[in-house]
Design a binder for this molecule. Structure first.
Ligand code: NAD
Ligand code: UDP
Length: 341
């Protein structure tokens, strides 16, 4: 059985479904601060049986000790954390407490329980403003421009030290590029609770009429069309990267770092055009100045993940956008039914 912290959230829920699809068991620990209990029901529907679910906080050491004692957990996927960049600037201590503090407490509880296999949700943000593309795992980590990014880098450093302190640890740091998309069933996807900061969730809300226009931040970047380029990866591909990492960590010790990206970058305008093409929905947009802290380009060199995990992303940008739009339309439908009742 694996424990997934933050397993009711966008990425953790997809990891849960992937793992359960293999006939394995999952226990989810989540305090639902950025997700809903209904995610657990949706995971049950997709997997054909319910995952274990415990409502609670990953910083609660006593709770972790109990879970690690009472359930046959042999690995942990640590997704629980806060991820809104702007909020992290306003509330840095909450971010360090949850992201770094939560990771420290989790590692302490795991060590005491004798569970040494850990997969961590890291981010390409740890590379900072790396200018050499594509970015491979050997690129030095940079100076993240906000407390969120800094907290991810600090977590990585904590885990590196922990792995160096005891040879029984096998820890995989998964550096996500830009996860988008949704489960093809339309049952699982990203459900932002406040104004989205990321491109896709915002674009989806414009497409469904919840917001008037998409702001395109910067058209003077040194990129082919002047807008920022990112490596968008389908969340189901990303989730499969976790199952491959869990498998690989059985045979490895110490720390391993893997990029989870496609190896191909798309500009903001390319994403908008592709979305309009696959859905037929026009996206009103305005051009705005660059967003502070943004970099021009960021895409992965995914070869190490292919060589060491046998993993590679398979979904096209079109399929990511189609799945994301299906999810958005379903959400909208549910919301209307809820309001009508
Ligand atoms: P999410 O907010 O949808 O999921 C995170 C989950 O963790 C939520 O269900 C939330 O309720 C839970 N959580 C938060 N604090 C908790 C706590 N103290 N105790 C227990 N549960 C807690 O976010 P996501 O997109 O699924 O991201 C998962 C992880 O991946 C995060 O650590 C995030 O930083 C990282 N990440 C995400 C992206 C992205 O673009 N989505 C990119 C890189 C890295
Ligand atoms: N972006 C944009 N409008 C938005 C949100 C994002 O033009 O409303 C751009 C942003 O400047 C970047 C790209 O879209 O070039 C991806 O941004 P996102 O916040 O999704 O990911 P990140 O910058 O964290 O990689």
């Amino acid at each position: 059985m694996i424990l997934i912290t933050g397993g009711a959230g966008y990425i953790g829920a997809h990891v849960a479904v992937e793992w359960m699809d293999r006939g394995e068991d999952v226990l989810i620990l989540d305090n639902l601060c950025n997700s809903e209990r209904s995610a657990i029901e949706r995971i049950s529907t997709l997997a054909g049986r319910p995952p274990g679910f415990v409502y609670g906080d990953v910083r609660n050491r006593r709770l972790l000790d109990t879970l690690l004692r009472d359930y046959p957990i042999d690995a942990v996927v640590h997704c629980a954390g806060l991820k809104a960049v702007g909020e992290s600037v306003r509330e840095p201590l909450r971010y360090y407490d949850t992201n770094v503090g939560g990771s420290v407490v989790l590692c302490q509880a795991m060590a005491q329980a004798g569970v040494f296999r850990l997969v961590f949700s890291s981010s390409a943000t740890v590379y900072g403003d790396c200018t050499r593309m594509p970015i491979s795992e050997t690129c030095t980590t940079g100076q993240p421009t906000n407390p969120y990014g800094m907290s991810k880098l600090m977590c990585e450093n904590v885990m590196k030290s922990v792995a160096g302190s005891d040879p029984r640890w096998s820890i995989g740091l998964l550096r996500y590029f830009n996860p988008i998309g949704a489960h093809a069933s339309g049952l699982l996807g990203e459900a932002p609770t406040s104004t989205p900061n990321n491109l896709l969730p915002y674009l989806l809300q414009v497409a469904s009429g919840e917001r008037q226009a998409l702001s395109v931040y910067g058209r003077d970047y040194p990129t082919p069309d002047g807008t920022g380029v990112r490596d968008y990866i389908h969340v189901v591909d990303l989730a499969q990267g976790h199952t491959c990492a869990l498998d690989a960590l059985r045979e490895r010790r110490g720390i391993s770092v893997w990029n989870l990206g496609t190896g191909r970058g798309y500009s903001v305008l390319e994403v908008i055009n592709a979305f309009e093409k696959v859905t037929g929905v026009p996206i009103p947009m305005t051009f705005e100045p660059r967003r502070p802290g943004d970099i021009a380009c960021c895409w992965a060199d995914p070869r190490k993940s292919l060589e060491e995990l046998g993993w590679q992303a398979r979904h096209s940008l079109e399929s990511m956008l189609t799945d994301a739009w299906r999810w958005q339309c379903n959400q909208h439908r549910h919301e209307k039914i809820r309001q009508a009742n």
